[in-house]
Design a protein around this ligand. Structure first.
Ligand SMILES: CC(C)(COP(=O)(O)OP(=O)(O)OC[C@H]1O[C@@H](n2cnc3c(N)ncnc32)[C@H](O)[C@@H]1OP(=O)(O)O)[C@@H](O)C(=O)NCCC(=O)NCCS
Length: 277
């Protein structure tokens, strides 16, 4: 290890996707190379490389719309932690955001919240990441039949929930090989592949029972581990998931830097993922 003052912050490009993936894999995160490519083509990703070229730290700023952006992929390889690298990289994201007058949001791990609080981020809602190791578990009630959901309907509900438009992101997710846009009645969700587990979200429904029925149907429709990032205050939904065999893996704290924007008209049951909001 050397002095951190010698390490310049550089902007990464799409060729860095495999190197970013090494860092997120080290942290046991679920992002795959397609996720990194999205950040590297649609956002600004800052990184730090040590002598020899190894990428040891990253942070990404992903602009959305209506003056909002998401910060994520804040990762520092273990041997370089607690030396201020994450703080410097998040600062670089905030400088970029300030030039565009963007309000920044993020979903923090407990360790990340320790970095963002001192920088001026304030907490908003809480999430719980839940995991189901094996789908096709027996469920209490028959799985509802699944239909292909309508992207325009999902996007409209997402705008209500976020207060801004993320249509480009949702269309990219829905278009990936292996993704599904699924609905039963008023409930609708995106399901996409991750590095180690398929991810359900965002998920919208008119009630917790409708949201749980959709999750059950998704569970019954495939195999392998599943992840869902549930909104903590959707208590009946979180309780229903844990009663059906899902386990809470970790909390995330949503935080905001900058002025409050439009108040959301709808609370989702599950979000697109902490890295995307
Ligand atoms: C969280 C992470 C990015 C921090 O990187 P870092 O370069 O070590 O962070 P910094 O050195 O800039 O830390 C600045 C301050 O944040 C706080 N902090 C950093 N890591 C922390 C931890 N693990 N637990 C609690 N607080 C922490 C401390 O107050 C620290 O100041 P100090 O070292 O003077 O006490 C790094 O541990 C990591 O990659 N973890 C795994 C992935 C992850 O959780 N990323 C955050 C996603 S939101």
């Amino acid at each position: 290890m050397g002095d951190t003052d010698d390490i310049a912050i550089v902007r990464l490009d799409p060729d860095d996707a495999p190197h970013g993936l090494v860092l997120s894999t080290e942290a046991h995160w679920n992002q795959n190379e397609a996720d990194w490519r999205f950040f590297l083509t649609r956002g600004s990703v800052f990184g730090m490389r040590v002598k020899g070229g190894q990428l040891v730290a990253t942070a990404a700023l992903l602009p959305y719309s209506a003056g909002n952006a998401w910060i994520s992929m804040v990762l520092v390889t273990e041997s370089w932690r607690r030396r201020g690298l994450a703080t410097k990289l998040v600062d670089a994201c905030l400088d970029d955001a300030a030039r565009e007058d963007l309000t920044c949001w993020l979903d923090a791990t407990p360790a990340g919240a320790g970095v963002y609080g001192p920088l001026g981020f304030t907490p908003t809602l809480e999430l719980r990441r839940l995991r189901l190791e094996n789908s096709r578990l027996p469920v209490a009630h028959a799985a509802a039949s699944l239909a292909t959901g309508d992207l325009a309907r999902l996007t409209a509900r997402d705008i209500d929930a976020m207060g801004f438009d993320r249509g480009t992101l949702l269309a990219e997710f829905a278009g990936r090989p292996g993704s599904g846009l699924l609905s039963n009645g008023d409930a609708i969700a995106l399901v996409r592949d991750g590095r180690t587990a398929r991810h359900i979200g965002p998920l919208f429904a008119n009630g917790a029972d409708r949201a749980l029925a959709l999750v059950d149907a998704i569970v019954q429709s495939g195999t392998g581990p599943l992840l869902i990032d549930a909104v903590h205050t959707q208590a009946a939904f979180v309780e229903g998931l844990t009663a059906s065999g899902w386990t809470i893996e970790r909390p995330f704290q949503r935080m905001r830097f900058g002025r409050a924007t439009a108040k959301p008209a709808e609370l989702p049951f599950a979000v697109a993922g902490p890295e995307f909001g």
